[in-house]
Write a protein that binds this ligand. Structure first.
Ligand code: GLN
Length: 482
């Protein structure tokens, strides 16, 4: 059974109770059996995986292994990795085998972690359901009729289905936290600039941030230690002293001030979500934390601001896919102009095209001031709201999403409805703050529900510490789908 947490896998490897080759084989066998129904992994390469596992065993035998050496990990298809198809779940990059490796992936390879495969996602990370993938939707392992959330839905699904102890995701507007919530796992989006974006396919560069997804907050802290750090190849990477994100895991909740924004507790939420939130509030109080009411007045406007700004950035980032240098190129065209347009018409799916059109529109002459500039101003107000609220509390608690995972095909007719469900996650990216999503119970029909803890800049250790304490006093995170 491949039910190990990252920490358990690490302990088994270090005590030589299992080898990296045995562990990787167990996971690959489980993936063979269970992945076809879920479609969480889209690219597997047993030869590459086993070569990494053998190298890890050699390191362990030679006595120069670290805690992560031999621990298996899955990567969202957004991370470039030498020798692996890195397609960002798009037809545009379906033929792209990366000639280089993203810094975060390299950091984990250097630690000796073993790549199990690449996970499904919404095309170019645009979406909340994983249904925009060129490789077909991922199914929620808790109920195959439901979506796993998105865009890191493949990573969330494989961790929930116990087909990887841990996986990397990326979060531009909630894509780690919302699928973690829908799949019953834990995931953290770090402070913008904490984890290098080098080699991570760009969606909206001033929002994108990679982060760990795992069963527990403790595992997320261990993995973040290996992922984070300054990278001179990413101009927005922050140069700061290395931190230990596990340092607050044993910090008690006593006296911690938890802010409850009134905008996060309205009718927007399903009763199941309200119940889950109340259970966490009760737990926190029982552990000695104190609840304070706060307000985040711009919450509703964060959605239009987010979709204007991220679409603007996406429209410029995706201009590089022109059929000239790499990726898909149309087979039929008359002249250069037609080569570009046929390539892009064929290579991008409809959600990506919609974002490119919105982005191009809001950046064009005459509309820039009305939309783009206004959204930038809102971005500042959203960030200010958080600073005001965080004067009165240490952490902010809220839902990760207004409902449990929706049914497959229920949102793709109405993109605006899907955008509105991002209400609790996008403001965190507008502000660049860190936030964790962790399991907090189940809906009446048995789907997991997560809650979110948001902290001030660079408070990852504090957030993960509080999440760990919640997990020490509850068992929602230990539940796995049948
Ligand atoms: N659902 C959001 C969007 O479609 C979030 C995506 C993300 O975080 N990558 O933009």
């Amino acid at each position: 059974m491949t039910t190990y947490t990252l920490k358990q896998a690490s302990e088994l490897l270090q005590s030589k109770k299992i080898s990296a080759v045995e562990l990787a084989t167990e996971y690959l066998n489980a993936i063979d059996t269970k992945n076809p129904a879920i479609n969480g992994y889209i690219t597997l390469d047993k030869n590459l995986t086993m070569a990494e596992a053998r190298a890890a065993d050699a390191r362990i035998a030679a006595g120069n292994a670290g805690a992560l050496t031999g621990v298996p990990v899955a990567y969202k298809d957004i991370f470039c990795q030498t020798g692996w198809k890195s397609a960002c779940s798009s037809k545009m990059l379906d033929n792209f085998v990366s000639p280089y490796t993203a810094t975060v992936v390299q950091n984990l390879l250097d630690a000796g972690m073993v790549t199990l495969g690449r996970t499904n996602m919404d095309e170019f990370a645009m979406g909340s359901t994983n249904e925009t993938s060129f490789y077909g939707a991922t199914k929620n392992p808790w109920n195959l009729e439901n979506v796993p959330g998105g865009s890191s839905g493949g990573s969330a699904a494989v961790v929930a289905a116990r087909l990887a102890p841990t996986a990397l995701g990326s979060d531009t507007g909630g894509s780690i936290r919302q699928p973690a919530s829908h799949c019953g796992i834990t995931g953290i989006k770090p402070t913008y600039g904490t984890v290098s974006r080098f080699g991570m396919v760009a969606y909206a560069s001033s929002f994108d941030q990679a982060g760990p997804m795992a069963q527990t907050a403790e595992d997320c802290a261990i993995l973040l230690n290996a992922m984070a750090g300054f990278d001179e190849r990413d101009s927005t990477s922050i140069e700061r002293e290395k931190e230990d994100y596990t340092r607050d895991l044993n910090q008690t909740l006593k006296g911690l001030k938890i802010g409850l924004p009134k905008e996060y507790f309205g009718e927007n939420n399903s009763t199941d979500v309200q119940t889950a939130l109340q259970q966490v509030i009760d737990l926190l109080k029982a552990q000695g934390a104190e609840m304070v009411e706060v307000t985040l007045p711009q919450t509703e406007l964060s959605i239009p601001a987010y979709y204007v700004l991220t679409s603007a950035e996406a429209s410029t980032n995706l201009s590089r896919y022109d059929g000239v240098r790499y990726g898909h190129r149309a087979a039929q065209f008359g002249d250069l102009e037609e080569m570009y347009s046929n390539t892009r018409a064929e290579g991008f799916g409809s959600e990506v095209k919609r974002r490119i059109m919105i982005g191009t529109y809001v950046l064009s002459h005459g509309y820039y001031d009305a939309y783009y500039l206004k959204a930038q101003k809102l971005r500042r107000l959203v960030a200010n709201d958080f600073q005001t609220a965080l004067k009165d509390c240490d952490l902010i608690l809220g839902p990760a999403a207004p409902t449990a995972a929706p049914k497959l095909n229920s949102l793709n007719e109405d993109p605006v409805q899907a955008y509105l469900s991002d209400i609790y996650t996008v403001s965190v990216n507008l502000a660049g703050l860190p936030a964790v999503s962790l399991p907090a119970g189940f809906s009446s029909d048995g789907l997991p529900i997560g809650v979110q803890l948001i902290g001030n800049y660079f408070s990852e250790a504090k957030i993960l510490g509080a999440a760990h304490q919640i997990q020490q006093n509850s068992d929602w995170h230990t539940k796995a789908p049948a």
